[in-house]
Write a protein that binds this ligand. Structure first.
Ligand SMILES: NC(=O)c1ccc[n+]([C@@H]2O[C@H](COP(=O)([O-])OP(=O)(O)OC[C@H]3O[C@@H](n4cnc5c(N)ncnc54)[C@H](OP(=O)(O)O)[C@@H]3O)[C@@H](O)[C@H]2O)c1
Length: 352
């Protein structure tokens, strides 16, 4: 079968190469999936550029998120049958509750889905609804599930009438916008691009802020949620007294202090991402949260059970993933270049 390998992590796109690998054969409990589409997440960028927090020891097949159909099953498989349309789960062994130890993800450190065929255990599969295309389903295992967990599972679940802040227009944030709107919440969204802000509004964002032209966007979030100007002890003008109920925090240390400031009374920051500066002393001082009874809740993608709950909610609410750009198999490097350039809204995919 054909596959892509990252032959040495962190050494750039020249080390993303097409290879031939033996067709996998299913053992007891195992399933071979003929992959049809795969999508990129932010984590796939440091895998080629360097800096991923758990580097893979050698060559590996990249990408965690994909969809395809079952083409072979081993003895004892009962959860799926030949021809079923499925997604492999991000953490193959996390079915429900607390994940077992050693739960490495697909696409590093485990071999991922940018291959014609993938061998998985039957427990690491979710059946996808008939009305979702392979491309749409390939957006779900990491990006959508993380947004779902951040809003409805971790800590206090989002309620109708509450407000949510989403940062940027990548995979997790766009799913969070869709899920929060479907749940009856008000969504404030940020982006570096006015053109992308126009798309956010079309998708139902209630208010948008360009975080490049408005670097103090936390004050704007406060203003939009009923806050009023006040003088900080250091003489700065800040806006306080408003704030959102949930921040879907994909920025990391660079944006976290602003997210503390944008949060409202008893709000929750779902701590997800690492896109901005890795170290920031202000991020280490969440004392302001104490005065608004706020919380920071870590998120690790999600379990298979959460995935299945999310699919039910998506079907009921007619939520479809935003497939922005789809590249042919031979153009996988172009897909990576597009993601690295930030030239997308929602998801970038590769057809397999
Ligand atoms: N903990 C977990 O379980 C988990 C799961 C999934 C993802 N993540 C993390 O979450 C983050 C987002 O992942 P993703 O796959 O959704 O990313 P993505 O699809 O690659 O989206 C990146 C987008 O983020 C926006 N962005 C970049 N810098 C920003 C900043 N300083 N402030 C606000 N927005 C900024 C940009 O939007 P604009 O172009 O609109 O400016 C960019 O297009 C990554 O750090 C990823 O590693 C963690």
């Amino acid at each position: 079968m054909k596959a892509y390998e990252i032959q040495k992590e962190g050494e750039g796109l020249d080390r993303l190469v097409q290879v031939e690998r033996p067709d996998p054969q299913p053992g007891p409990g195992q399933v071979v999936v003929r992959m049809r589409a795969a999508s990129l997440n932010y984590r796939d960028q440091p895998m080629v550029k360097g800096g991923y927090h758990t580097p893979a020891p050698g060559a590996f097949i990249p990408l965690s998120d994909g969809a395809g159909e079952v083409v072979a099953v081993g003895d004892g498989v009962h959860r799926v049958k030949l021809g079923d349309r499925v997604c492999p789960t991000f953490f193959q062994v996390w079915v429900d509750g607390r994940p077992p130890a050693g739960y490495g993800a697909l696409g590093g450190p485990r071999d991922g889905v940018l291959a014609e065929q993938v061998l998985v255990h039957e427990d690491g599969l979710v059946k996808i609804p008939d009305d979702l295309s392979f491309e749409e389903a390939a957006c779900l295992p990491c990006a959508a599930l993380t947004a779902w967990n951040a809003l409805f599972v971790a800590g206090r679940p989002l309620k109708a009438g509450q407000s949510v802040l989403v940062l940027g227009t990548g995979g997790v944030s766009i799913f969070a916008l869709q899920f929060a709107r479907a749940a009856g919440a008000r969504v404030i969204a940020t982006s570096s691009s006015d053109a992308k802000i126009a798309r956010l509004k079309q998708m139902g964002a209630d208010a948008c802020i360009n975080y490049k032209s408005t670097p103090d966007w936390e004050n704007e979030v406060q203003r939009l949620t009923g806050g009023a100007e006040s003088k900080a002890p250091d003489g700065r003008t800040v806006v306080v007294g408003g704030g959102v109920d949930v921040v879907v925090e994909v920025g990391g240390a660079g944006t976290l202090p602003k997210s503390y400031a944008a949060l409202g009374w008893s709000g929750k920051i779902s701590l997800i991402g690492v896109m901005t500066q890795q170290e920031n002393p202000a991020a280490l001082n969440p004392i302001g949260l104490a005065f608004k009874a706020g919380s920071v809740h870590g998120i690790m993608v999600g379990s298979r059970a959460m995935f299945e709950d999310m699919l039910k909610a998506m079907a009921l609410n007619g939520i479809r993933p935003v497939v922005d750009k789809v590249f042919a198999w031979d153009d996988a490097r172009k897909a990576y270049e597009t993601a690295i350039a930030g030239d997308f809204f929602g998801k970038v995919l590769i057809r397999i």
